[in-house]
Design a binder for this molecule. Sequence first.
Ligand SMILES: Nc1nc2c(ncn2[C@@H]2O[C@H](COP(=O)(O)OP(=O)(O)O)[C@@H](O)[C@H]2O)c(=O)[nH]1
Ligand SMILES: [Mg+2]
Length: 451
Amino acid sequence: MLDKLTQKVSDALRFVSGKSTITEKNISDAVEAIKMALLEADVNLRVVRRFVNSTIEDARGEKVLRAVDPGQQFVKIVHDKLVSFLGDSKQDLSLRGPDVLSVILMLGLQGSGKTTSSAKLALRLKKEGRKPLLVACDLIRPAAVEQLSALGSRIGVPVYKEEGAGGPNGSHDSVKVYRGAVDWARKNLIDTLVIDTTGRLQIDEPMMAELSRLKDASRPDELLLVADSMTGQSAVDIAKSFDEQIGLTGVILTKFDSDTRGGAALSLKTITGKPLKFVGTGEKPEDFEPFYPDRIAGRILGMGDVVSLVEKAQEVISQKEALELQKKMEKENFTLEDWLNQLRSVKKMGSLQSMLDMIPGMAGQVSEEDINREDLKSQEAILSSMTRKERANYLIIGPSRRSRIARGSGTSVAEVARLIKKFEKTRSMMKKMAKMNKNGQAQAMMRQLGR
Ligand SMILES: Nc1nc2c(ncn2[C@@H]2O[C@H](COP(=O)(O)OP(=O)(O)O)[C@@H](O)[C@H]2O)c(=O)[nH]1
Ligand SMILES: [Mg+2]
């Protein structure tokens, strides 16, 4: 889900992330790339413009220019912007207390996932301790009532239906079915009605008229539009029409598990002002989650659920590199060259700790206090003053090479010797750990890297 958008956005952020200084050019390159990514994801053009402008505005702000690590801060700006466009925080349903009947009206076009989502929502309410009743008010499609019944028995939620109400010769009166459901609910201690309604392939007058009547009769607490995320911008247009003609309290975005481009999620709140409340993530009744803007933003950024340093480390060390490192460590092929690369990656990062935790076998072994940054600087200087050959095989570094390296790096022969000692020690420690972790911890970390 959102794979393509995630890929594009994280590529865009590569213009700035991990950079200790960023320029207007870096920012505008990144912003331009993000703009393309959003357009490709079928985000509404107006929303894209607004997103881009307010990101630039924030990025130009004082805060960023003074920041210690502007690259990371820019990533954070984009993250926060995504969160705000997705709707800031999770939006709960507003339902009544258990002794008053709450009504949820499910709206949407045919095939959007209304019936499935009704069952999913009912299951969720049941798990939360409510007593829901599914009400079959889609009286146009002959199979709709059967489908809802089957889902209801699968999840253990009662379904209210009226014989003869649907089909070509039925009464087509969803208001009558609703009234019957209310009676049944009173007798059976039901506290929430989830009403599945009629959908058409397009918005048309008879459908809206019928839904309007049902709305007036049932005075719902929640009017939820079920929209197919695969339809991108047209989901947004549909939401707009439903909101104008019936009025909505929120949106359920379905088929979020398929390769949706994400445009609907990003445009909906901005264009309609209606919050996304849930997402459907599969065909099963359990495949349903509240919509958490920050988590989705995290996914779009390709940095998991939170913008954390650990996740930024994933950009620095790729999975492939980590696997190679693991192999080297096992075979004791880890060289000073590798060490220098590690140091440089560490330097690009905000936090050493998270970086150390990413190195196979190092998690929890070394704490940030054990390493000071000055030390790292002189280590890097020493390593840079070595020749490639020396870094590939430290055993050739005799006394004369040592003093040359010391001069070149502005350190002392003793410091060079200390670094080599330390490297030897680290290497044998790494080898031990690599063996220890071969199938355990290290594998888990690899998976984490892969995510
Ligand atoms: N993959 C996936 N399929 C879904 C999701 N929601 C619904 N569907 C499928 O979409 C199709 C139409 O769903 P249905 O609930 O009958 O739509 P309705 O016409 O609006 O009532 C069915 O095949 C569902 O299994 C979802 O979140 N993910
Ligand atoms: Mg249906």
